[in-house]
Structure formats: C-alpha cells, structure tokens
Design a protein around this ligand. Structure first.
Ligand code: SF4
Length: 264
C-alpha cells in the first residue's frame, strides 16, 4: 500500500517543473531526485559546493556564517556553499521542514483559499503578561514597527496580515512563503517599540539637512550591520531592526535624503 502523502506537499511538488526558487533556495529536479542549494549558488558547479546530507540540514539552518543562531528561518541569511541531494519526495519534505518550517502548509492554505490570517490587533488583543503592552501601539506606531521588523532585509515571508493603514506585503516583493500572523520576533520587537514610545522624549532641533544626514547614517549602518548583535537582541541600540525603526520614523515624518535647498 502506498504511504500517506501530505496533500499540501504533493501540490507543492507538482509546482516544481524543472526547478523552483523558494525564498533563498533553488530546488532542481534531476534523475536522482531533487537537488537543493542556495539560490545564489545557482551558477556554481556542483563540485565547488559542499555535499551535505539530511542529517546536516538542521545545523545549516540554525546558524549564520558568523555562527549566530538564526531564530527566524525566513531571514535572508541562510548559509551558501552547500548542495543537498534529496532522493525522493519524503526527503525533500524533511529538508524543507528544516529550511522553512510550515512554509509548504501555509503556502497551500493560501493557494486553496483557506489561509487563517490573524491581523495585528486580533493577535495583540490575546497577549498576556509582558506582551500586553503591544496592544497599546497606535496604528501609526505599529505601522513603523511592522515595516521595520518585516522589511525584506530581515525576513523573506510575504506578510499577509496587517494593521489599519498598512497594506500587506506585495506578492512579488519577498517570496511565495506567506506569513499568516505576527511571529515571536515581531511580538518581541513590538514590545520594545512600545517601551521606546513610553520613554521620556528628548527634543533635538534638527535642520532638514541634519535630519537627512541622520537618515544617511542609518542607511549606511544598515548596509554594514554588526554581525555580533543577536537578531532578537532589541536592547542593543545597533540592532538592525532598531536602526530600521528609527529610519521608518524619519520616513513617517517625511524626512528625505536630499538636503535642504542651499541659501544665498
Ligand atoms: S511577522 Fe514579519 S518578521 Fe515575522 S515571520 Fe512574519 S513577515 Fe517575517
């Protein structure tokens, strides 16, 4: 008797014609099953890549090149330089389970029109304890937090949930992996975002040119993130999502990179 086949996974496998890119991986059909590698290694000869086995995939997914733990598997920091041969559907399913947990199931629910999307308000309303304050962010504040946390620099899932005034992610911007409700990283970041809002404010009178310089500095810092700061260490002022949040706030106030016009 044939074994049970997960209908979500069977539908996903049927989508793989010759090859398929899913977030940061490329899946290629071959006469030996499926070849999986990092999408950016697409043009590299297989001999240049390190052959890994299913037993290795968990470690591969858990750490970055800088040996930092990856709490968010959809973060665009998957290691490169490896190749995995999955001999059959079951092996590919197991590999994907580690690379992008729940991705295929969530993708299938979206495809079949049954995706259980939970928006920010509904999600935060049911939080208790230290996370209750996440419900206190205004729509505008929550928008800055969400835009910063879910930016494609930090996560490749397509955010399908939202908050009043913020559209879901456009389909083409990230990947086919849907995000159906705020994740633990978002929740923690929203908590920090609310704590920041509750701090007594310092007032600094910035000229438009100074504000533009500040924005340029943040943009530069985001291009060269400190790899020693843990992804979810939101107490670190240099955490990339903190920098992005500051940038979103400047954007919300209409600060552009252009300097103010030259005077006489
Ligand atoms: S909530 Fe945002 S950061 Fe978290 S998985 Fe979804 S899109 Fe990614």
């Amino acid at each position: 008797m044939a074994g049970f086949q997960n209908p979500a996974f069977a539908t996903f496998v049927a989508e793989i014609k010759d090859e398929l890119i899913l977030a940061q991986i490329r899946i290629l059909r071959s006469n030996r099953g499926f070849e999986v590698r990092h999408a950016s290694d697409q043009a590299r000869p297989a001999e240049e890549l390190k052959s890994i086995f299913l037993a290795d995939i968990r470690v591969l997914c858990d750490f970055t090149d800088a040996d930092q733990f990856r709490p968010l598997k959809s973060a665009p920091n998957l290691r490169t330089g490896w190749i995995l041969l999955a001999p059959d559907d079951a092996a590919l399913e197991l590999a994907l389970h580690h690379l992008y947990p729940n991705a295929v199931t969530d993708w299938f629910t979206v495809k079949s029109g049954t995706a259980p999307v939970t928006n920010y308000r509904e999600f935060t309303a049911r939080q208790s304890g230290m996370y209750r304050i996440t419900a206190k962010l205004s729509d505008a504040q929550a928008t800055d937090v969400i835009r910063a946390c879910c930016d494609k620099k930090f996560c490749l899932k397509q955010r399908m949930w939202s908050v009043e005034g913020l559209a879901p992610d456009p389909a083409a911007e990230k990947s086919a992996i849907p995000c159906l409700e705020p994740c633990a990283i978002l929740l923690e970041f929203a908590r920090k975002g609310m704590r920041i809002e509750q701090e007594e404010k310092v007032t600094v009178a910035l000229s438009p040119s100074d504000a533009a310089s500040l924005k340029a500095a943040l943009t530069l810092a985001l291009q060269h993130p400190d790899s020693q700061i843990r992804e979810a260490d939101f107490n670190a002022p240099g955490n990339p999502r903190r920098l992005q949040l500051a940038l979103e706030k400047l954007n919300s106030h209409g600060i552009t990179l252009a300097n103010a016009p030259e005077g006489e």
